[in-house]
Design a binder for this molecule. Sequence first.
Ligand SMILES: [Zn+2]
Length: 82
Amino acid sequence: MSRLEDKDKAARRRKKDKALAKTRTKIAKSMYKFTPDSPNRYTKRHALGCSNSRCYLCHGNKLLKKDTLQEKREKQKDKFDN
Ligand SMILES: [Zn+2]
């Protein structure tokens, strides 16, 4: 990849992260009436998550190895194709 493409990709990523942080800040404001000091507080973590990767409340589907929506959809598709 050329240098220009790399720069473009990074710029797009930064824009996406900023938009995500803005959305999560909005969620935090509406749920907890909390305004973060830093605008980048929610770039890497969700406003409603507890940041514990082994938490069964936040990551129950992942930890219990339940099917995702996409996997459920695929299974249903296979069932009706036959
Ligand atoms: Zn949690």
